[in-house]
Design a protein around this ligand. Structure first.
Ligand code: ATP
Ligand code: MG
Length: 518
């Protein structure tokens, strides 16, 4: 008995050792897999997971024990997994497929195989799953499809646009010539003007298409995106609805990029206009610039990109956002979600073409109801940006004293600052009555008056008349947000010397004011 027992034990021990060894080897194999491997019991509880799986979720292998998908994923997704598992467990079928899962807040796509696990008696005791994170690969494939689509559309649009441009050149040229044979009173002249207008509009569209297909002409010089952003905001800032707050975060000493300043401004403008349109009930438009060093990882994630230093321009809004359908089509020429006749759908195509043309990338993040962010990456240029100077030469200055009346505070302070910068002494009035009163008291000192046309109580016209009653030779510049229409013309006819449309540009204001004074 003793001897037998002894042999028995050695045999068992050997067997145990061998089994531990093979268990260890299995474990090593299990953990060396880059793929996620796990087993679950019939109730969907995790039994074993490999270290790739534990790493992905940031939970230790022990902590996984007994957890189900409902502890790991959002409910909808856990239910989806449970349905798949049921098929594998009940019908003994192998599942092969792809699905999306939110892991630690990040949306990932997995390619998954799930197979039944059999016990000694041949019954299914659980399942084994192998999953691979294919998020990056999917995104690259999607980018590739997208790039091919844009390329094809670009070729198509560019071809059409090019021919159209030539045809339109002919049409417009001859319309101009024929127009010369008629006098403006003849009815054919008016008709030709209509043809010309339509032709010019068509040429504008064609030019946008050309910009998209990257066939448009453009100049190359160092550009400061900070300057471009500021110029665009100057242009649209005051026309945007007041419910839209504009915020900028422009990095100081931003390196320049190389490109066509006009085109880059056009791209920024288009994005700002879209952002504003996405916030009909108000919101925040944010523009940001900074330098980013894009590494290998970025280059791997974004098709056709190279690592290096880039200037990043972000335009974000808190507007309606976009669904995935819109996101995948927004850059297509003529894609618009506006009603027929409202938008051309060329705004973003132009942005896309311009950015590509400048060797850059666009990255868009958006969700319905959560606003949108457009990230534009443009390669940093070694060349130094020199601010355009010629404008300064056109600036006309003076030392006279100007009385400026406007009912809006920002306009008043803007006028004050601008006029002082031009060298003038400035007196401000909040409304017509105050202006008349000040003029009465200090008319010997005041050389000219800038009057806003539309003001409560005493309007621009009346204010002008009251002031003129006190000095028939008063020099007045009339300002209005509307173009010079009938109402403004009547006041001008009464003896106002000049008209300027708001929002005014510095140069224009300086010149108009000189005209009035001299
Ligand atoms: N900031 C944004 N927020 C929400 N949706 C946007 C935004 N920017 C663009 N879109 C969507 O992309 C579509 C295409 O934009 P795009 O600028 O090319 O054309 P559009 O604005 O519709 O027309 P157009 O620019 O000629 O007025 C828009 O119709 C809109 O659905
Ligand atoms: Mg647009």
């Amino acid at each position: 008995g003793i001897v037998e027992d002894f042999t028995d034990i050695t045999g068992r021990k050997r067997a145990e050792e061998a089994s531990t060894r093979s268990e260890e080897q299995l474990r090593a194999l299990f953990d060396s897999a880059a793929d996620i491997v796990f087993t679950k019991d019939r109730q969907g509880r995790y039994m074993r997971v490999n270290s790739a799986c534990a790493r992905l979720h940031g939970i230790s292998e022990e902590e996984f024990l007994g957890k189900t998908d409902f502890d790991l994923f959002p409910e909808e997704q856990a239910k989806h997994s449970a349905d798949i598992d049921r098929q594998v467990l009940v019908e003994g079928r192998t599942f092969t497929g792809e699905y999306d899962r939110q892991v630690k807040g990040k949306p990932l796509t997995f390619s998954v195989v799930k197979t039944p696990l059999y016990g000694h008696d041949g019954a299914i005791i659980g399942l084994c799953g192998i999953a691979r994170d294919i998020t990056e690969q999917e995104s690259l494939e999607e980018q590739f499809r997208q790039a091919q689509k844009m390329e094809a559309l670009g070729t198509l649009a560019g071809g059409v646009a090019h021919d159209f441009n030539n045809l339109l050149g002919g049409i417009l040229g001859y319309v101009g010539l024929i127009k010369g044979d008629y006098s403006p009173e003849e009815k054919h002249y008016a008709m030709l003007e209509l043809v010309e207008k339509a032709g010019v509009r068509a040429a504008e569209l064609t030019n946008q298409l050309l910009a998209f297909s990257r066939k448009g002409k453009y100049e190359l010089r160092p550009v400061s995106l900070n300057n471009s952003v500021e110029d665009v905001l100057k242009l649209i800032g005051r026309t945007l609805d007041k419910s839209i707050e504009i915020a900028t975060e422009l990095q100081e000493k931003l390196p320049s990029v190389e490109g066509d300043p006009g085109q880059l401004e056009q791209a920024i403008l288009n994005m700002c206009v879209n952002a504003a349109e996405a916030m009909p009930g108000g919101g925040k438009l944010q523009l940001e610039t900074r330098v980013v060093a894009l590494g290998e990882e970025f280059a791997r994630k974004y098709l056709g990109s190279d690592p290096g230093d880039y200037v990043l321009l972000s335009v974000s809004d808190t507007g309606i956002g976009m669904d995935s359908e819109t996101l995948s089509r927004m850059f297509e020429p003529f894609f618009t979600t506006k009603e027929v006749g409202k938008g051309t759908g060329l705004g973003l195509s132009t942005v896309y073409g311009i950015v590509k043309n400048h060797g850059g990338y666009v990255d868009v993040r958006s969700q319905p109801g959560k606003g949108s962010t457009f990230d534009i990456y443009l390669p940093v240029s070694k060349k130094q940006f020199t601010p355009p100077r010629p404008r300064a030469a056109e600036l006309q200055t003076g030392h006279e004293t100007i009385l400026a009346v406007d009912d809006e505070e920002i306009i008043r302070s803007l006028l004050e600052e601008t006029l002082q910068k031009l060298g003038y002494k400035v007196i401000l009035a909040n409304d017509g009555e105050e202006a008349v009163q000040i003029y009465e008291e200090r008319k010997d000192e005041i050389d000219a008056v800038i009057i806003d046309m539309i003001m409560p109580h005493l309007g621009g016209g009346e204010t002008f008349r009251e002031i003129r009653r006190r000095n028939p030779d008063v020099r007045v510049l009339l300002a209005s947000g509307y173009s010079q229409d009938g109402a403004a013309q009547r006041i001008l006819d009464e003896g106002v010397r000049g008209f300027i449309q708001k929002p005014f540009e510095l140069v224009e204001l300086s010149q108009k004011l000189r005209q009035v004074l001299d």
